[in-house]
Design a protein around this ligand. Sequence first.
Ligand SMILES: [Zn+2]
Length: 323
Amino acid sequence: MRLACRQSRNPYKPKREAQSTVPNRRAKDLLESIQILGQLEGLDKGGYARTYQAGGRAYRTGLHAAVAELLDSLGLRYVLDSPISEGLKLTADFLVDGRTAIFVGRRLSRAEGRSARGSGKRCVLIEMSAARSDSLDSGLRVADLAREGDGADAPIAGRRQTIFLDDPSFNFDYAHILPKTEKCSVMHGHTSSALIEIVGSPVDGMVVDFNDAKPIVKKAISDLDHKLFISERYVTGRTATHVDLSFSTVHGEFSLHVPKETTVLLEGEATVENLAQELLRRIAPKMPQNVEAVGVYVYEGLNKGTHLLARLHARGAETRRKR
Ligand SMILES: [Zn+2]
């Protein structure tokens, strides 16, 4: 076998040694040399700038990419770097559905703030503050411009904080069937784990007491543990105790008669995305009133999974749980 790399001449070696543009190795001279200056210029022009990818596009910062991913996952339509209104200079990093302007990682000046408020658009500021983050605080700040400085009853002037819960008791096993796929149309199982994030305005310095939140999540997870997940569209009959399911797959027809107790019927297919939705549906209504959004990360086995973040709508009936 002939090895391509065994060439007699190194193809990367220039034919003639170019004269060095680095006069000597002292740092000062190095900086003044043409070679280094050229590279620095490249850096200035953004030639070496880092970009962040999401949905096949490049973004300025990881936070921009994360926001894009979130909006994509919610199926929202948005325009990038768009003036918030016609004739206004102020541009939003994301203009969502023509109604919500999102500013990422930047502060608005007073004039810009006024202009944003007067635009009739809902304006949301998202910034990352590494200086403030610690093990209990992600450092992510989301603020609604309309609520900023609303008055004494706003707990911390519209500032929201996030907590997350990750616990071994959030591990669970499940079986599922995805009749429309080839491999997963045969009943099989996964060992999964979930991580929950809770976003809200802190009350007495807490978004929610970990000791209050953990049992809610634990109960929801244990209700899903060791269950069969399948879409309700495959139900062909029900008795008091059982459900009949039937579906055709690339492998042929399947007919199942399964106990109701051990089956979770989902509106959509039993994907990890819809499973996360089901988990969220069970957790969200039990959160105290100051909680504005709940996110769930559900792993499917190892290394892959889904993230779902849902805003909770104003709820009147519930009162804040005791701390
Ligand atoms: Zn699977």
